[in-house]
Design a binder for this molecule. Structure first.
Ligand code: ADP
Ligand code: MG
Length: 342
């Protein structure tokens, strides 16, 4: 079996998925492939190009997070967690190749989980595959991440971003205007604090939601009336971010890229000031990018604390090769696929 999964970049809507809010990510033309050759054995042995390994996993490996998180090499934890959730009935040998940078916020982890799960025989609707892989990610990492990454890499259509409503778990394809260009720029900063800060933000959102209900359904005025100043800012980010997601989807529909870009830059300000998940490096990169001619907007993308910035530009405004840190001009790709080969 040969399975391929794209990575993804989130155009707008960060820290909204676990708040029953909205996001507008797109699958990208960088991704991960897994070739899997079954044998009669009771182990899954996976090699990954350029990485220490292989990852060797017993078919009977359980979903016990404490055991999973002691496995080495560390990437074997994802392999073991996917084997434990997919529960294939035969072992075999797999090979992973990827064009995605790992740990940059382009969902190399979801791409690995989804490609491996499909190669091991998991089938189903995008939402059900995404949920299985989200369970695997939780077990492998201990970080209570939302469903955005897995859903985007399973459910996207070429040429379209994916408007996701996390309260209803519904998706809608939003065509990207022809003249829109999306450039992802690495900040050069690894995402170090991410796991602990992510859990802290999640807890703050839950605290705010105890009084207000799910923050994704709250309007900005209600969020602004929260008494606790920290919880007020967290709620205000989620509420205003969902409004911006709607506004960007509408702006794409109207071909108004300037309006979409302005929402993206405003999203960065909200993530930095109200949600406090930016860093001075990310702020400086966004500030520098939005001053370039033809750059319509830019924001940190993903959970924050390092990683990548996404910019919306006019055609040719940013040359990835001329930027000081790794950068990619990305196209909206389709979701993960699997086929029998050989
Ligand atoms: P992101 O998903 O934003 O790239 P994560 O920290 O969520 O960042 O996931 C990165 C981790 O996923 C890597 O450290 C590695 O363990 C695993 N991973 C991603 N791609 C591969 C690959 N091609 N081969 C092996 N492991 C991978
Ligand atoms: Mg990830």
């Amino acid at each position: 079996m040969l399975a391929r999964s794209p990575g993804r970049v989130n155009l707008i809507g960060d820290h909204t998925d676990y708040n029953d809010g909205l996001a507008l990510p797109m699958a990208i033309d960088l991704g991960t492939s897994v070739t899997f050759v079954p044998d009669g054995g009771d182990r899954v042995v996976v090699h990954s190009q350029g990485r220490a390994g292989p990852a060797e996993v017993d078919l009977e490996v359980g979903l016990d997070p404490h055991r999973l998180r002691t496995l080495e090499p560390a990437w074997a934890r994802y392999v073991a967690a996917v084997v434990a959730t997919v529960r294939p009935d035969h072992g075999g040998r797999g090979w992973v190749r990827s064009t995605l940078p790992a740990g940059a916020g382009l969902s190399s982890s979801a791409a690995l989980e989804v490609a491996l799960a499909l190669a091991l025989g998991l089938r189903g609707e995008p939402l059900s595959v995404a949920r299985t892989c989200q369970r695997a990610e939780h077990a492998a990492t201990g970080v209570p991440t939302g469903l955005m990454d897995q859903l985007t890499v399973t459910a996207s259509r070429p040429g379209h971003a994916l408007l996701v409503d996390f309260a209803r778990l519904t998706t809608a394809d939003v065509a990207l205007p022809e003249h829109a260009e999306v450039v992802v720029v690495h900040s050069g900063e690894a995402r170090t604090l991410e796991a602990s800060a992510y859990a802290a933000r999640r807890a703050e959102c839950e605290a705010a939601a105890r009084g207000l209900g799910p923050l994704g359904a709250v309007d900005a005025t209600t969020a602004g009336a929260v008494t606790d100043p920290v919880l007020r800012r967290r709620a205000r980010h989620v509420a205003s971010e969902c409004e911006r997601v709607r506004a960007v989807a509408a702006a794409f529909g109207a071909g108004d890229l300037a309006a979409a870009g302005a929402c993206m830059t405003e999203s960065h300000r909200s993530l930095a000031e109200d949600f406090e998940v930016s860093t001075p490096t990310l702020d400086a990169l966004v500030g520098w990018l939005v001053r370039r001619p033809g750059v319509l907007g830019a924001r940190l993308t993903g959970a924050g604390f390092g990683g990548c910035v996404v910019a919306l530009t006019e055609p040719g405004a940013l040359d990835p090769a001329a930027l000081p840190t790794p950068a990619w001009r990305v196209r909206a790709a389709g979701g993960a696929r699997v086929a029998a080969v050989g």
